[in-house]
Design a protein around this ligand. Structure first.
Ligand code: MRU
Length: 408
């Protein structure tokens, strides 16, 4: 993958994030200099990067958040740059101030649990530290390892997902080519690299080289209103040369049905039936209910009408929230109205080529609805465990026993 979402320089202790609002039109990195906004500091914060969707995807949010804590503390503790007003002479007060700022950071996006889990770990680490130096190095080591572990987790999720999928196909006696469907972006850009649901799709693509029963096509939902599917997933699939077709979110049932009934007169992109709908997660609770990008729930409803289609959730263990029992307890983030009524893209001329501005491709925001209208814009929905066939983590793949997931 050419674009790295997160660049942390462990020598200089600097953090740069890819501005995902500009992908795939432009590649710009933003420097993150603190964890949360502060009147006395002008640097761009992790909080702003996460809330403003410059970085997104549950694992990437966690990593950017935790790295931003390290960057802020490096400034304060090692570089004597303290616009945040930490009391460096009183360790207990310093810790209390730090916890308060971490709590503010966590508020940036409430549904994805990885950031909360990462920050809770940070709070535990600082408890027994006896000096600022010790506190800093504890958090530095923790975050560097978190990044490394996330990458390793993604590869394991890919391998476990492939294992499940081939076992399922064998059980069913299915041979030949099949398709999969996904929503939102769960790839390199949403994680430390490789991806979760998209990691499984990458691994399936590798497997297809040596197996005649193989994934030959991917359907990527555009994922309104933010278009993570058409902008980011399409970019990643194209880069990896994985055959795919982009669809709008409201084409799903017609496509699934057309493929299931082999309606070849509908100009289908491929005749390989959809066998798996593979999605990521922002929070999975104890019973397996799964919060993910808005639109995921309806995919699971469609899958549940077709016994030949399995619905798979993929996420690292950092996405599991063992403190909540059911999806009813998950707070669903509401996004600004403008994200639904306005869209940003690259200006194109009548031949479809990008219009160049002074600083590269000319980006343009356009409104697509009357001004001042009422809008409902939940960022996520909850797929009940009843509709989920399998949950894949880095540890293993989990199936239900008597209708119940045990994710421990
Ligand atoms: O609003 P976003 O773009 O942060 O939503 C992202 C998703 O819903 C992803 O599917 C989820 O975070 C998993 S990313 C590996």
């Amino acid at each position: 993958m050419s674009l790295e979402a997160i660049k942390f320089d462990s020598q200089r202790v600097t953090l740069e994030i890819l501005n995902q609002l500009l992908v795939p039109y432009d590649t710009q990195y933003l420097s993150v200099g603190s964890m949360a906004p502060c009147d006395a500091d002008t640097s761009f914060s992790g909080y702003e990067a996460i809330k403003g969707m410059y970085t997104r995807g549950a694992p990437a949010i966690m990593l950017v958040g935790c790295f931003s804590v390290v960057v802020e503390l490096d400034r304060v503790i090692n570089k004597n740059d303290n616009p945040f007003g930490y009391n460096k002479d009183d360790l207990a007060e310093f810790k209390a101030q730090l916890e308060k700022r971490i709590d503010l950071l966590v508020e940036s996006r409430p549904t994805a649990v990885n950031l909360l889990n990462g920050c809770n770990e940070m709070k535990k680490i600082i408890q027994d530290k006896q000096s600022l130096k010790e506190l800093y190095s504890g958090l530095f080591d923790f975050t560097v390892k978190l990044y490394k572990d996330d990458l390793e987790s993604n590869y394991s999720i890919g391998a476990n997902g492939v294992k499940y999928i081939y076992q399922e196909l064998e059980k069913e006696g299915f041979t030949g080519e099949f398709s999969v469907m996904t929503i939102c972006n769960t790839g390199s850009l949403a994680t430390s690299g490789y991806g979760t649901a998209l990691g499984i799709i990458r691994a399936l693509h590798q497997e297809a080289r040596s197996n005649s029963t193989r994934m030959s096509h991917v359907y990527a939902c555009e994922t309104r209103p933010y278009n993570q599917g058409s902008r980011l997933t399409a970019y990643e699939l194209q880069y990896e040369k994985i055959p795919f077709t982009l669809i709008t979110d409201n084409m799903v049932s017609f496509l699934v049905d057309s493929l299931a009934r082999q309606k070849t007169n509908r100009s289908l992109p491929s005749t390989a039936p959809i066998k798996f709908i593979i999605v990521g997660a922002d929070r999975i609770v104890k019973n397996g209910d799964l919060a993910n990008k808005i639109g995921t729930f309806q995919l699971s409803l469609i899958a549940s009408l077709y016994p030949s289609i399995k619905f798979v959730g993929a996420a690292p263990t950092t996405t599991i929230d063992f403190t909540r029992n059911t999806g009813d307890e998950i707070v669903i983030e509401q996004r600004p109205k403008r994200e639904l009524t306005e869209i940003m893209g690259a200006a194109v001329d009548k031949d479809g080529s990008f219009v160049q501005g002074e600083n590269g491709v000319q980006l343009q925001k356009v409104r697509m609805a009357p001004a001042g209208i009422d809008v409902w814009n939940p960022s996520f929905d909850v797929t009940p465990h009843e509709n989920i066939d399998c949950i894949v983590t880095e540890k293993k793949y989990f199936l239900k026993k008597d209708g119940v997931f045990n994710l421990e």
